[in-house]
Ligand binder design. Structure first.
Ligand code: FAD
Length: 455
């Protein structure tokens, strides 16, 4: 539902490469400011070390390179005051009483404006310890009692780490095979990777040329994996494609392509010790696979559309860094991002998804299945054996999960509590990653033209 050839346009769901490149020239600087110049968007709290891989022993495939390590903030004083554990608990006073989840559901009305005339906009404490049934990801626990680590995203850029080989392949295999390619099974609920997860049993019915195209892409993918690992072909089943399944595949493949672009663009030349773009890496992983580039653009369109839908939400949201001036600047920057994006569905039209299909799958069951698949991918991220890769893998899965929630579960009148702080941080940082990847592709294409001597 998005273009495969540069310059192509597919009107029913998203814009052309050229349209998206043009949008990105305006969006990229706004995003860069948002994620690099505000405390709110540059700190992420997540449980990086204390979650065991739920699917297999994660002692194998650990990455011992220094580049895989994450610098966490050991000292509470390095964390902005408002997010220190003591600050979080201090806020739970009568001034900013935060209703529990149950209470919130019963109230079903915006949190802001409910706190009394005299208190104005108050910062509220988040309870992130429950998994919300609308979440597409297993939420990271940002509550004060959780064993999470604050990470400065600016101090831990996504770049080449040297994490590769069997361990890394096992993760990608699990993500693609267990969540996309397995044969339909009778089990209704996803349980996870390693052969436990049923496939898209509920997805069916895509017909015609689109299905044909997708089958070729998937078969190609299958062939590559099969030739590499010698064990995939049996798990492939392409006869029950539908739009939702295809979208799921494209989101994952687009995320994979974004990670590949970042690691190729910020690559360590081990003979000179210098960091910089590696054109051969780009050729092998991206240029020779146009469908991967297409999936990256697809993700950009999807994320940008979701950001455009956040305009009113951001306008009403209270950013809490403890410094009103910074809070205002943060809101202005987030609004600038949202306002840069056209309001209509011309970039990406999500309304074509989760409709009842001719084979009787209801939109609700498709959505449920889609959400469960996505949660599985979140869980698989705990098996990544390189800390920095796990950090960005978890953040980006949460970012795409948040985008899907905004696209499919948001209406015009969302309460401020609809998104957790960490969901917002993950979402805008993920959009920034895809936006930087699109920009990097342009640089790689220019390098390639230079190499070929094209003026
Ligand atoms: P891989 O990228 O491991 O791919 C495996 C197979 O999947 C390929 O052979 C191909 O058949 C298929 N494939 C590749 N790309 C796509 C695509 N876009 N769509 C569909 N199919 C595809 N390394 C770093 O240096 N820095 C990082 O920050 C980093 N983060 C990572 C995060 C996660 C969650 C994971 C699982 C790995 C991460 N890695 C990172 C490792 C990196 O992604 C590669 O696994 C590693 O560089 C080895 O690459 P490869 O060429 O063997 O193929």
């Amino acid at each position: 539902i998005c273009p495969v050839e540069p310059g192509a346009t597919v009107s029913d769901a998203c814009a052309s490469y050229a349209d998206l490149d043009t949008l990105n020239t305006r969006l990229n600087p706004a995003l860069h400011d948002l994620v690099s110049k505000t405390d709110f968007f540059s700190y992420y709290r997540l449980n990086l070390y204390n979650k065991k891989c739920p699917f297999w022993s994660d002692d194998e495939g650990l990455c011992g390179n220094i580049a895989c390590a994450v610098t966490t903030l050991e000292n509470e004083e390095d964390v902005p005051e408002i997010w220190r554990a003591e600050e979080l608990s201090r806020l739970e006073g009568p001034k900013a009483h935060h209703p529990g989840k149950k209470e919130q559901r019963e109230l079903e009305r915006p949190l802001h404006g409910e706190l009394g005339e005299d208190v104005g906009e108050s910062c509220v404490v988040e309870y992130d310890d429950e998994c919300d049934e609308r979440d597409y990801c297993v939420p990271e626990d940002e509550s004060a009692s959780a064993k999470g680590d604050y990470v400065s995203l600016l101090d831990n850029p996504e770049r080449f780490t040297g994490y590769a080989g069997e361990g890394a392949h096992q993760i990608w295999e699990a993500i693609y095979r267990e969540n996309c390619f397995s044969k339909p099974s009778s089990s209704a609920q996803s349980q996870g990777a390693g052969g436990l997860a049923p496939p898209f049993g509920g997805f069916s019915g895509m017909q015609g040329q689109a299905a044909q195209d997708l089958r070729s892409v998937m078969k190609e993918h299958g062939r590559q994996l099969a030739s590499q690992e010698g064990k995939f072909e049996d798990n492939m089943e392409f006869d029950d494609e539908c739009l939702e399944k295809r979208v799921f595949y494209r989101v994952i493949s687009g995320m994979h392509a974004s990670i590949s672009t970042h690691l190729c663009y910020d690559y360590l030349n081990q003979s000179t010790g210098k960091w910089g773009p590696n054109l051969e890496c780009y050729k092998q992983r991206l240029h020779n696979h146009p469908e991967r580039i297409s999936n990256l653009y697809f993700n950009y369109a999807l994320m940008a559309r979701a950001a455009g839908k956040l305009k009113d939400y951001v306008q009403d949201y209270t950013f809490c860094t403890g410094d009103p001036k910074q809070d205002k600047r943060t809101k202005d920057m987030a609004l600038k991002v949202a306002n840069t994006i056209p309001a209509g569905p011309e970039i990406f039209d999500e309304s074509v998804m989760f409709r009842e299909n001719p084979l009787g799958d209801t939109g609700i069951s498709l959505k449920e299945d889609f959400r469960n698949r996505f949660r599985n991918v979140s869980r698989i991220m705990d098996c990544v054996g390189c800390d920095k890769c796990r950090l960005w893998g978890k953040l980006q899965t949460a970012g795409y999960g948040t985008a899907l929630k905004i696209l499919f579960d948001f209406n015009n009148d969302q309460p401020a509590s609809a998104l957790k702080r960490i969901e917002l941080v993950a979402f805008f940082n993920t959009l920034d990653k895809v936006s930087n990847a699109i920009k990097a592709l342009g640089d790689f294409q220019r390098m390639l033209a230079e190499e070929k001597g094209v003026p």
